[in-house]
Design a protein around this ligand. Sequence first.
Ligand code: GLN
Length: 476
Amino acid sequence: MFIFTTIEEFHSQLKNETISCSEVVEKYLRTIKEKKQLNAFIEVYEKEALEKAAALDVQLKTGIAMKKLHGVVIAIKDVICYKDHKVTAASNILKGFTSLYTSTALQYLIDEDAIIIGNCNCDEFAMGSSNENSAYGKVLNGLNETKVPGGSSGGSAVAVQMDMCMLALGSDTGGSVRQPADFCGIVGLKPGYGTISRYGLIAYASSFDQIGIFGKNIEDVALFLNIMARSDVKDSTMNLHQPVIDYTKNAHRKYKIAFLNQAVNNSIIDPEIAQKINSLQNDLIKQGNVANSIDLDLLDFVVPAYYVLTTAEASSNLGRYDGIRYGNISNVQNSELNEFYLNNRTEGFGWEVKRRIMLGTFVLSAGYYDTYFFKAQQIRRLLINKVLAIFMDYDVIVMPVSPVTAFNIGRNEIDPIATYMADIFTVFANLTGIPGIAVPLFSHSNNMPFGVQIMANKEQEVLLLEVAEMLSSFYK
Ligand code: GLN
């Protein structure tokens, strides 16, 4: 029976002919069917995945050299465009809409012979932290089906967690890769803003959005980053990497690590999570690293600033979904244009998306712009300055990914503010544009996994991955 460990190991099995791409794809398709109740996929590309696998098997037999992702089976969050395939953002407003082009990041993976097995369920337009806001139904956590998988990229996380693919792509605007990775016990990387092209990623909040990677180990995630972190003239907000960086190289040394006082001494954090972070800090010191506690007194402002700025950007980005250019058209008879838009949007958007469009429109409106939007921008600037100062003295910052482990399905409906507040540790990296990674390390007494989040300065993903590797080998 095939068990996936790393891409390198999988490739050596292919070379030894102990496995074929077709067998591997068949195995994943079987698991997807067996785990259908988890609702991780919106669509499975069964036929084309099998065809691609068969073609790759022939190539290998005829002696054509394997590319870097030969036969690597991946799933994509349903906000990433893939030409001639449906893309819905888990929203009714895009029902039936087919992508006109392929996103650059995905194209880079296809060029290396990855096999795309399907597109994954998520919160509508990537807005949420529990994957309960989807027009295609909620996703369940494979480790405990009464719990959420996290969000918004919950389907992608569960697809990797439950072996329905090898790696998956998500998007992270405020934690949507790192938090579901944490809730599902896998690795989740959000690269720094501008590291991976956003061309072909459906926009939620454009100055925050970044495509991220889910995997079972850091080595594979680093390889994916190598392939995807390449410049693209179609995204003018990208950093230009000259020369191209190798994220898989792995030096080890002693590090200077900052732990945030306000993150562990915080009333909203689960005491077991706080205790593990504290003992990690002590272990790192024992191993000869510098691991100091520092203050970030702005932490209380990050969630409000994030929700003001992202809803403002979303209200503008989602203006294009009016029922004319994309997707759903209401059957209700309209006498005039405004009514036509109104009916399409009323039917097409779910509650959370409507709430955010209204909030965003409000904070941008003439009387409130200075009070909310402008203030939130000032906080963003202060946070960026603070981060720059921290990275003058430290290599990385470590904090929890989430104050809690995967919570029960339904909590979000009862207390949406608590769900917003739980984004406290992840939105920080998006507000400041720095890379962050969730690394699974521990198991809670409630049997759910959790880990830590590491953040490094902009364009320091190599360092980030090095520290991530060190921490995960620490607790092996
Ligand atoms: N939970 C956050 C939100 O709802 C993050 C979403 C995301 O990263 N796409 O906005």
